[in-house]
Design a protein around this ligand. Structure first.
Ligand code: AMP
Ligand code: ZN
Length: 493
């Protein structure tokens, strides 16, 4: 597989330290607010990569941190602690905020079919390990105590700017509006590993350390969590593009200083989702959430398809028009799959099936070209291989794309059967039964419809007592009826 590597700035062959095994690390969310759909774009693309590596035969172990302490509103070790900011906004404790938004994050992930990594570590559960790692860095001469804080000394490295596209100018923090330079640092690029002194004395979570009561910097958490759970050699590290500098640059500095050799061979960065007015940002408080998309009538799968439709290394502009056309595309795709006959017995030509599978793999092997991988689904639909083979291939590709295609098609098939049955019944007794509530269980709908027809029958026979009894029973089920001339419409409260 060719996969762009931010470290080499080329599309490298993806190779792991130990053949067949992939140790993958993902920077997790800062849990002080809901994830926005930009964050979720990054997690969707990482999920597809994770699943495709498994599909290709890798034994993947994936680890993710949860940032519940120490992530500052400015990446330059200044500003306000994001967790504290969230707690103040909602008048809750930092841990309450962390728990609530961690759950909310994984609930969004579940809706988007994003697999939860097997190892998930909240930073607050690892503070002792951070302290041990910082102690080693101090002992090795890579870190120093100054002004009460412990800093990493970037001048000790031959090449701190590993990703190449940053410069000392990025660190001219003193000139940035509202950000003060930190006089305790020896070099402008140095970053804090442990804080005991900061601008926000009301920091809620503090731990004892050899340098005094304080709390860890943000970057140390990913290095320590990755090293502890995935070992000294990491195959793949992922995050959004904003993580590359300074967060990942600092992770590399700390980890390599600690282990004494190159650490992670492949860096995967997802470009941002923007709105027409600019970058989506959690800290500005103005952002779109998955719940909002759902409120506006978009299935989370539509957003997943919207993301898969563009390459992860291109910025993606969110628009409602884009969502509308993706919604139509998704519905049409599901309808075409629903039209396939699962009972079909046509023998498929194995070479034609193999060729379709190869097309899907070629797209994914080409730097995770998910848009092309989605078109491989349409190739399957057009192919002459019989419906059962088509369904099997679509199910196979969907283990990676995770668009719920087979269950959604099955649901569409059942809904079509239901409508057919209703039309048949209506033709028999001349009564149209219309359900006005969406998303109800099929068996519930069928039961209600049967009762409505029984009631109509009773009325026809002038057995009004029986008709009223049925109506009362329906009412107990939360169903209200509206009688029309030759129809009954109903809704469920
Ligand atoms: P955070 O919760 O802010 O730590 O971010 C979680 C993940 O989302 C990180 O990998 C970020 O790099 C990524 N991210 C942040 N903003 C965006 C955006 N607008 N589009 C895509 N990914 C983003
Ligand atoms: Zn990280």
């Amino acid at each position: 597989m060719k996969l762009y590597n931010t470290l080499t700035r080329t599309r490298d062959d993806f190779v792991t330290h130990e053949p067949g095994k992939c140790r993958m690390y993902t920077c997790g969310p800062t849990v002080y607010h809901f994830a926005h759909i930009g964050n979720l774009r990054t997690y969707i693309m990482e999920d597809v990569l994770d699943k495709y590596l498994r599909y290709s035969g890798y034994d993947v172990t994936r680890c993710m941190n949860i940032t519940d302490v120490g992530h500052l509103t400015s990446d330059a070790d200044t500003g306000e602690d994001k967790m504290l900011k969230g707690a103040k906004r909602e008048h809750k404790t930092v841990m309450e905020i962390a728990r609530f938004y961690t759950d909310a994050f994984f609930a969004d992930c579940a809706k988007l079919n994003i697999r939860k990594p097997e190892i998930v570590v909240p930073a607050t559960s690892y503070v002792e390990r951070f302290i041990r790692m910082i102690e080693v860095l101090v002992d090795k001469g890579y870190a120093y105590l100054s002004g009460g804080n412990v800093y990493f000394d970037t001048s000790k490295l031959d090449n701190y700017y590993v990703f190449g596209n940053q410069s000392a100018e990025d660190l001219a923090v003193g000139v940035r509006e509202g950000v003060e330079a930190d006089d305790a640092k020896r070099n402008a690029a140095d970053f804090a590993l442990w804080f005991t002194k900061s601008k926000f004395e009301d920091q809620e979570l503090k731990w004892e350390s050899p340098w005094g009561l304080g709390y860890p910097g943000w970057h140390i958490e990913c290095s320590a969590i990755a090293l502890e759970n995935l070992g000294e050699y990491l195959d793949l590290h992922c995050g959004g593009v904003d993580n590359a500098f300074p967060h990942h640059t600092n992770e590399i500095a700390q980890s390599e200083a600690y282990v004494g050799h190159p650490w992670c061979s492949h860096w995967f960065h997802v470009l941002h989702l923007n709105t027409a007015s600019g970058k989506m940002s959690k800290s500005s408080g103005e952002f779109l959430t998955l719940s909002l998309l759902e409120e506006k009538g978009y299935d989370p799968m539509v957003y997943r398809l919207f993301c898969l439709g563009s390459h992860y290394r291109k910025s993606l502009v969110f628009s409602w028009e884009g969502m509308d056309s993706t919604k139509t595309a998704y519905q049409k795709l599901v309808a075409r799959i629903a039209a396939l006959d699962p009972e079909d017995k046509t023998e498929a030509d194995p070479s034609a099936v193999g060729e379709l599978k190869a097309r899907f793999a070629a797209a994914m092997d080409n730097d995770l070209n998910t848009a092309l991988a989605v078109t491989a689904l349409y190739d399957v639909l057009k192919a002459k291989i019989g419906d059962a083979a088509k369904l099997a291939l679509i199910a196979d590709f969907d283990t990676v794309l995770s668009l719920n295609l087979i269950p959604a098609a099955q649901k569409a098939r059942e809904a079509a059967k239901q409508t057919e049955k209703q039309t048949e019944n209506a033709a028999q007794d001349g009564l149209a039964v219309v359900c006005l509530t969406e998303g109800l269980d099929d068996s519930f709908t069928a039961e209600v419809e049967a009762l409505i027809r029984e009631r109509a029958d009773a009325k026809k026979k002038k057995d009004f007592a029986e008709a009223d009894k049925i109506r009362a029973h329906l009412s107990e089920m939360g169903v209200t009826l509206k009688d029309g001339k030759e129809s009954v419409s109903w809704e469920k409260a």
